[in-house]
Design a protein around this ligand. Structure first.
Ligand code: ZN
Length: 292
């Protein structure tokens, strides 16, 4: 059962819905964050946006499953790490939030996560930003070097998310949302014991090593616009230091040789990034292939 809980903002058709046990304080928090956000994004906001707040991950996944079923599409559960997501199955974006996941974060990081997703609805809220093709020459190089097609598809998909995350962070910084993005990054960018185990298994094989190292591009791309900011009150040195230490911990697991290789490719990717998402993903993937 979906209930409409708020209708806001005269200039945009922005409606809020809830499913499951979603408290009124959470609804209020979400609508305050988003009304402010879309107000600041003003001229770039699409004509219509729907926001759905779910209590549990299960309810969020059930909703996506039903929506895709209606359209005859296959269903994959949302990315495990995400507390929010968006989809573009209609001709307007819908932002999906999961209360259980968001409440693992601090209040500032929650706002950061919600704003991050709102930025995606502005920059990538149309179907064309969800359909990309692996450049043929890259596929050829990967095949020659022994990378399976399904692995390459997965790596390409992950890289496209990383590039879109870079664009989202850059966009939020331009709209003066900075501290909340540091707070959000600190919540999800942390090396775990699982990472250490995964790397020790992956490192011995060219294909698995490529998969592992490619996955690191997402946090690197997400954080780069924050770490590249000139130091100021808006981007205090201590926040940049904490975040760069985190990133360093993630990459240091690889050992010096691989770490240098990853940083070099990441630097080359970042150099290529301009304003056009399709060109960005294409150019980034050409650089990423250098990691094989
Ligand atoms: Zn994202």
């Amino acid at each position: 059962m979906i209930s409409l809980f708020y209708l806001a903002m005269a200039s945009i058709d922005l409606s809020y819905f809830a499913r499951g046990d979603v408290s009124s304080s959470f609804k209020k928090e979400v609508s305050e964050v988003l009304n402010d956000c879309y107000g600041r994004f003003a001229e770039k906001v699409p004509y219509k946006i729907e926001v759905y707040a779910f209590d549990t991950e299960n309810n969020l996944n059930n909703f996506l499953r039903e929506e895709k079923f209606k359209l005859g599409l296959s269903f994959n559960t949302i990315d495990d790490a995400s507390a929010c997501t968006h989809e573009v199955l209609r001709d307007y974006p819908r932002l999906l939030l999961c209360k259980d996941r968001l409440f693992k974060y601090s209040k500032q990081a929650r706002a950061g996560a919600i704003r991050h997703e709102a930025a995606h609805t502005i920059l990538h809220g149309a179907l064309e930003y969800n359909i990309f093709q692996i450049p043929e020459d890259c596929r050829h190089t990967a095949t020659v070097k022994g990378i399976d097609n399904d692995k390459l598809d997965e790596i390409f998909f992950q890289l496209s998310l990383g590039v879109k995350d870079f664009e989202a962070t850059r966009f939020l910084i331009q709209h003066d949302y900075i501290h909340c993005q540091f707070a959000y990054a600190m919540e999800w960018i942390k090396p775990t014991e699982d990472d250490k185990t995964a790397w020790s298994i992956s490192r011995t094989n060219r294909q698995t090593r490529f998969v592992y190292e490619s996955a690191l591009m997402r946090p690197i791309l997400f954080t780069d616009p924050l770490l590249s900011l000139p130091k100021s009150k808006k981007a205090p040195a201590e926040l940049q230091l904490q975040l760069s230490v985190r990133m360093e911990q993630m990459i240091a697991l690889l050992g010096e040789t691989e770490e240098n290789k990853v940083l070099k490719v990441a630097g080359a990717i970042i150099e290529t990034l301009g304003e056009d998402t399709h060109k960005n993903i294409d150019a980034a993937f050409h650089q990423l292939i250098g990691l094989i």
